[in-house]
Design a protein around this ligand. Structure first.
Ligand SMILES: C[S@@+](CC[C@H](N)C(=O)[O-])C[C@H]1O[C@@H](n2cnc3c(N)ncnc32)[C@H](O)[C@@H]1O
Length: 265
């Protein structure tokens, strides 16, 4: 399939494209080429203007994003709009934050399109957990200490408890990446501590990672609820937990002073 790298979008084809966490520098060359060649782009709410600007002047830009707590287009409606655009013979990009295969509901969209005979392809993107590790100068894995990665979403309907396997998540030999976990941070800390995870376990909270408004907060598990209190509730937030994230490989603070706003001593 390597030759498909250079192919333009065909009429009636749909590409699910990963846009990365925000900084246009983290777009793949494939993603940029597809964005430029689309004649309609259905994009998430979190995709920034610097990336959307890459689209051709004549492209239709349709925001189908979901932001927590706000009215948004339902998944069935997104599926139908993608299908209608493909059936009309348009060159369609479905632009998603990060990587389409990570909490991106890409399976629903692909299955719906394929059921109707539409050719649908995927262009990988940089998922937020990897971008945050890079920005903080830490590794997600650590030889002998963090041999496993666990990616979870901690998004629950208002009033519902999170349905997660807390015992598995409290594994001290793993790094835990929590997407959509800002609102549930107090429950996350309480449940992990309750499963015996050490209070001093390093935690890295990233808000608006890779964007101009980026904030990276280095803290510890027992202080997580306190640490998130000062952070905007509405901004995209990723939480990394585990020994590996407390071990910066490169001290970027020296060159980007003020970016780390709270330090574990
Ligand atoms: C629906 S999930 C999609 C994840 C995406 N597919 C990925 O691979 O990163 C959206 C969540 O990703 C995280 N996220 C996305 N962009 C982010 C950013 N720039 N900074 C921090 N977290 C981000 C937040 O937890 C946000 O609520």
């Amino acid at each position: 399939m390597t030759h498909s790298r250079k192919r333009a979008i065909e009429a009636g084809q749909v590409w699910l494209v990963g846009a990365g966490p925000g900084d246009p520098d983290l777009l793949t060359r494939q993603a940029e080429r597809l964005i430029r060649s689309a004649d309609v782009i259905f994009h998430d709410a979190l995709i920034g203007p610097d990336i959307l600007e890459l689209a051709s002047a004549g492209a239709d830009m349709v925001c189908v994003g979901k932001r927590s707590g706000r009215h948004s287009v339902g998944q069935d409606q997104i599926n139908d709009r993608l299908l209608a655009a493909a059936m009309a013979g348009r060159r369609v990009v479905r632009l998603k934050g990060g990587d389409p295969s990570v909490f991106g509901r890409s399976t629903e969209e692909m299955e719906h399109l394929r059921r109707h005979g539409v050719d649908v392809r995927v262009a990988a993107g940089v998922t937020t957990a990897c971008a945050v590790a890079a920005r903080a100068g830490v590794s997600l894995t650590l030889r002998g200490q963090a041999r496993r990665l666990q990616f979870v979403t901690a998004h629950a309907r208002a009033g519902d408890e999170l349905d997660l396997d807390w015992r598995a998540l409290a594994d001290p030999g793993a790094t835990l990446a929590i997407y959509m976990g800002r609102g549930a941070a107090p429950e996350i800390a309480r449940r992990l501590l309750g499963e015996g995870m050490a209070a001093e376990t390093p935690v890295l909270v990233a808000v608006n990672a890779t964007l101009a408004e980026e904030r990276l907060v280095s803290t510890r598990l027992d202080l997580l609820p306190l640490s998130v209190r000062a952070l905007a509730e509405d901004a995209p937030t990723l939480i990394l937990i585990g020994a590996a994230v407390g071990r910066p490989a490169v001290d970027q603070r020296a060159t980007e002073a003020g970016r780390v706003v709270a330090e574990q001593s």
